[in-house]
Design a protein around this ligand. Sequence first.
Ligand code: ADP
Ligand code: MG
Length: 745
Amino acid sequence: MVVGEDCFMLLPQTKLDRLLGDRTAKAFARHLGLVTVADLLQHYPRRYAVRGDLTPIAEVPIGEPVTVVAEIVDFKERRMSGKTSHLLEVRITDGSAFLTLTFFNQAWRQKDLKPGSRGLFAGKIGAFNGRLQLAHPEYELFDDEVDSAEAARWALQPIPIYPAASSVTTWAIGRAMGVVLDTLPALVDELPAEVVASEGLLALDDAMRKIHQPALAHDWQSARDTLRFHEAFVLQAALIRRKAELSHVTTDVRAVAADGLLAGFDASLPFELTAGQRSVGNEILEDLASGHPMNRLLQGEVGSGKTLVALRAMLAVAESGGQSAMIAPTEVLAAQHLASIRRTLGDDLAARLGVTLLTGSQNTADRKRALLQIVSGKAQLVVGTHALLADKVEFYDLAMVVIDEQHRFGVEQRETLRQKGRTAPHVLTMTATPIPRTLAVSVFGDLDISTLTELPAGRQAITSHVVQLSQPSLIARTWSRVAEEVAKGHQVFVVCPRISESEDEAEAPLELDADDDLFAVAADAGNSGLAIDANAAPKPRRPLAAVETMVEALRSNPVLAGLAIEPMHGALASELKNETMARFVAGEINVLVSTTVIEVGVDVPNATLMVVLDADRFGVSQLHQLRGRVGRGGNAGLCLLMTAAESGSLALERVRAVADTLDGFKLSEIDLELRGEGDVLGASQSGVRSSLRLLRVLRDADLIVRARELADNLLTADPTLEKHPNLAEVLTNLDAARQENLSKG
Ligand code: ADP
Ligand code: MG
């Protein structure tokens, strides 16, 4: 963790050992990653418990670490067989259900655990003989010697429940927080006083104390709102400033002529550009001619023709003598882009521009040749993978970088490419996951955003259907449909979530990041924080569909007899991958059984049918992406989403949502709602976004828009932040942390 990385406020960076002692500080660092006072202060409660409200025991999930508020009912002692061992069982209750605490050889705890007392009990819930139990729980009893005047206040006082570790309990965190807050100098607001006043916020110092030590529920609620606003405002100020900085950087002017390379190419196209392609193209030409580096995000519906927009931009750059590099997330996609660019340009033009491929798996000779072409400037148009980021790759005059499929790419990588130019190169980022505009502005607020909404004329709609495993006749129909499609001369994708059946569960594409939502539910009223994540797909009892198994199964399916059915996945040798892809493109393979390697970008116009197995294992946007691989060539596309998800389940609902709408923007909203933006956008997309604690882009969209407006006003009135030194300092810290992250690679 980089010092200052997550500091959206001016908080002391004092090391915790000075305040908490070595041992505690070490435990906090090791188990929770908290090193400084700033880290600890921003370790916000996940939720709040109230002494008066007992935790519903029936809802407590088995196998999860939990903290419950409960009352002790009674206890029972048992001598175990060997006479030496002693078992103490203590029953606690929420008033309806019971939970048993068990202690071995700790008879002395009886004195502690008196019936009628209430307290916090923490541990992992197990089930034993049909009873819920907590073995050797940590606990802290409420002090019940309060006089009656105090009692009401005491019963209502919220107790923060922190994200904890088994060796660092929530009350240990609470105590440490107390120590830190007692000696904490008054915090100063980085927010301008006018903003604090106009938004009705608490002072930062007040908010920080109240989120950790609220007297009433209202305290932490307003504290949380205030701290959320701090995050939103500072994030937006940072993005706006970053964008402004780029507008001060100068770079070569890249202008195109009315009868130049680009014009000639346009004239040779066998189709008309869509209105969107034309207008976005013009925006890009203006950027290139502006003398300042472009930093543009191009988002567009699947199949809207983003690659062509990028190619035209690359031609404009080539016309001005510069090089451009297009970087794709996978080798398959890089090879595809290369092939389709060559095809679109035609052999002559492709040769003239020295269209060159650079990937990690090339043999040494090819690679040497490519590097030479690139450094000499002969390669004006380079297509590649991450390999393009390597230090060894030097460009003669890198003028533009195109990043395909943004969601696989972090801000750091964008920056690495940027540093390869002689002058600051233009950056065009394309994303296949459309993001609703307000969100895009708030997350990619340092980029200009262009959107392609229409599909090229003549494109056929894709029809999608859900096939439940409980409908055997539909499954049989699916495979005969595959045969029919091939008989018509078309091709089919069959997509599986796994490569082989033995593959580790952990590699499931939809594996949720357990930590990600820790803070999402932080301090959310009404959220118990105890419920099992409702979004997690149910663990299937049968193995998930795997490419290797499926290839065999389909080859031996009589309905598909005689068809060329081949596997495709990331673990294949890259030569085999390229060869397989080439054979599929050439129509030699009828059915490609694949993992999500084909998710992005792959363009095989003759493919008309896609069958997705265990569709509920994929994200909503991911399914939309996958489906975009069919129906690209003027033939109607069909997508069959097979799933074992049961009727009424959330998993089925997600798959249905995909079948029911073709609008990628709408689906990305659904996806965001169901999965949380961390999963959809990727944590590293914005250098600062990943350190957000309380803010959630979707839920807080209005707040973010408001914060952006205020930050914009402020920076317009005071661009150098002369009158706002505290804010300036926070932003400087953030930038420094970002630079440090970048230089670490
Ligand atoms: P995506 O936006 O999903 O990356 P692509 O760039 O792969 O879409 O384009 C999809 C297909 O549409 C390609 O085969 C491409 O050649 C074709 N295409 C692009 N623009 C047009 C257009 N204006 N008219 C017809 N076809 C087009
Ligand atoms: Mg594409």
